[in-house]
Design a protein around this ligand. Structure first.
Ligand SMILES: O=C(CO)[C@@H](O)[C@H](O)COP(=O)(O)O
Ligand SMILES: [Fe+2]
Length: 220
């Protein structure tokens, strides 16, 4: 199975973002957390900043929208050229319609679930999405602890992906370290977002390698 490591620039130095993005060039995608201070109690940046990141990044963008009204705003991120655009199930009025628009524009479409959001309603809709993001912390901040109680959702998703043969990436985000990544990989994740564990490391390329090896050792 292919494993992807997506460092989250929420833990990067926003004043030296370009340099920090260069330090993670060996990763698969750069994870870009957009927060609006309404859907989550934190604020990051919007399309203007994401457009500049898109201009300079050596690797494709994995945009995670923690915003209200993604039906209105998410297509704009796809139009900027983001490789994937993931919106929250709890915020979308028409998740399937929005995913179809994102794909039509040319991005991969992702749906994200907060820790308390059940996965069952989405299991029969997997064909509509390119990735499902299982949040392993409450969205809003980096540096929180991984919530193992979210793992049953991944197991159900992996079973559904195997059963249907669909190429849907299963992503985890929050508290991913060299130890928690093993549990997430065993539970069925193949795409791992890591913020503080990458950016707090003095050697980010080595940390990306270490995460990748730990995940590979625990994938089925
Ligand atoms: O979406 C989010 C937080 O809401 C994440 O992408 C964080 O940036 C992950 O940070 P760590 O938990 O890995 O420090
Ligand atoms: Fe994120």
């Amino acid at each position: 199975m292919t494993v992807r490591i997506n460092p989250s620039i929420l833990s990067a130095d926003f004043v030296n973002l370009h340099d920090d993005i260069e330090t993670i060039a060996s990763a698969d995608l750069v994870h870009v957390d957009v927060m609006d201070n309404h859907f989550v109690p934190n604020l990051t940046f919007g399309p203007q900043m994401v457009g500049r990141i898109q201009d300079v990044s050596p690797i494709p963008l994995d945009v995670h929208l923690m915003i209200d009204d993604p039906d209105r705003w998410a297509p704009g991120y796809a139009e900027l050229g983001a490789y994937s655009v993931t919106f929250h199930a709890e915020a979308a009025a028409d998740a399937v319609g929005l995913a179809r628009r994102l794909r039509q524009i040319g991005s991969r479409a992702g749906i994200a679930l907060k820790p308390g959001t059940p996965v069952e309603p989405y299991l029969d809709l997997l064909a509509e999405f390119d990735q499902v993001l299982v949040m392993t912390v409450e969205p809003g901040f980096g540096g929180q602890s991984f919530m193992p109680e979210t793992m049953p959702k991944l197991r159900l998703l992996r079973e559904a992906v195997v059963r249907t043969g669909l190429d849907v990436w299963l992503q985890v985000d929050g508290g991913i370290t060299e130890s928690t990544i093993a549990f997430a990989a065993e539970s069925g994740a193949d795409t791992f977002v890591a913020g503080s564990s990458v950016f707090s490391s003095p050697d980010r390329a080595a940390q990306i390698d270490a995460l990748r090896s730990a995940a590979l050792a625990h994938t089925h």
